[in-house]
Write a protein that binds this ligand. Structure first.
Ligand code: AKG
Length: 318
């Protein structure tokens, strides 16, 4: 009997602590890292303050939670620092745990990713631009000189003398920054048989380079007239068999991404809460095609399937 009431009591304490932590997390959302840590520490001492000092289950639970939170805050800090992202943001683990549930209408009618050409602005805006329905547009890069100009050597010449401190995703390569990427051996860069495969992505952070890039591509014609295509270009480049692992983003808007060279397989999975309503879809994006995807809603993974180097450029739009 006592054991049972102890257990009920303990469960109640766990539930109360959980609610307290949630309230605290909600209040400190958006504040600086130091401020969040200080507040978490102060809150934990209030939550855990023992009336009579006894190392009770609740204190251990609080300490455990505090340790867990600190571990992830610190982890996130170092990850952000390593990838040159903003230093303060919602830790990834909280983004994943507290991500608001998606409305499954974003994916419930999607059985495949349609490919369209000559798409009317109204149709694109109404059906694809903001609905979360992925689509590939096949005729939007016809007059882009990027299709001929962009290459490993072109990007190398742009970034060669730059201290390019851009947001950088090394994936499985072991590169730490763009300087290292553009210093790789020619054999590796040109994908000579026997050389080590590689795949990287980065956001351009240099205004002058951005201006040069935009001389070779322009805003995709199908974007709604009032939509702004973000100034930050994202470039992904690499060799066959490599790509980005399955993940979901936490960015502001949906994105377009143009396949300049090579072919890339996109594997899209619906949000976890729509697992029983929606299905996973795959699409291959070929040179000249543009995929439009809300990477905040769809889990996505990519794999280069062409023998030649894959190069893409893209941006978010609002
Ligand atoms: O293009 C890729 O390979 C990955 C793109 C991606 O993961 C993203 O835009 O979030």
């Amino acid at each position: 009997m006592t054991e049972k009431s102890d257990r009920v009591d303990h469960q109640r304490q766990v539930e109360t602590a959980r609610k307290d932590i949630l309230v605290i997390l909600e209040r400190i959302q958006g504040q600086g890292l130091i401020s969040r840590c200080t507040k978490l520490w102060r809150a934990s001492s209030l939550l855990c303050a023992p009336r009579k000092f006894r190392l009770a289950g609740r204190h251990l639970l609080c300490l455990g939670l505090l340790f867990y939170l600190s571990y992830y805050l610190a982890g996130d800090y170092f990850l952000a620092h390593q990838h040159q992202k903003c230093l303060v943001g919602t830790p990834n683990v909280f983004q994943r745990i507290f991500r608001p549930a998606e409305d499954c209408s974003v994916c419930q009618d999607v059985q495949q990713v349609e490919k369209l050409a000559d798409v009317e602005l109204e149709v694109f805006e109404e059906r694809y631009a903001y609905s979360g329905r992925p689509v590939v547009i096949t005729d939007a890069t016809n007059d882009w000189s990027a299709m001929k100009v962009f290459s490993f050597a072109f990007f190398k010449s742009l970034y060669e003398d730059q201290d390019a401190n851009c947001q950088f995703f090394p994936y499985k390569t072991g590169f730490h920054n763009l300087r290292e990427v553009f210093n790789m051996t020619e054999d590796r860069a040109t994908l000579r048989p026997g050389s080590q495969p590689w795949y990287v992505g980065w956001s351009n952070c240099d205004e002058n380079i951005g201006t040069v890039l935009r001389q070779h591509y322009h805003r995709p014609y199908f974007l709604p007239p009032l939509a702004e295509s973000e100034k930050t270009d994202w470039i992904f480049m690499g060799s066959s068999g490599y790509g980005a692992p399955m993940h979901v983003d936490d960015v502001e808007h949906a994105s377009w991404q143009a396949q300049i060279q090579g072919s890339k397989l996109w594997i899209l999975e619906p949000p976890r809460e729509c697992h029983y309503t929606c299905t996973r879809v795959e699409v291959i994006v070929n040179p000249g095609e543009i995929i439009i995807l809300d990477t905040n809603r769809w889990y996505h993974q990519t794999r280069i399937i062409s023998e030649e180097l894959s190069i893409t450029i893209g941006a978010e739009y609002d």
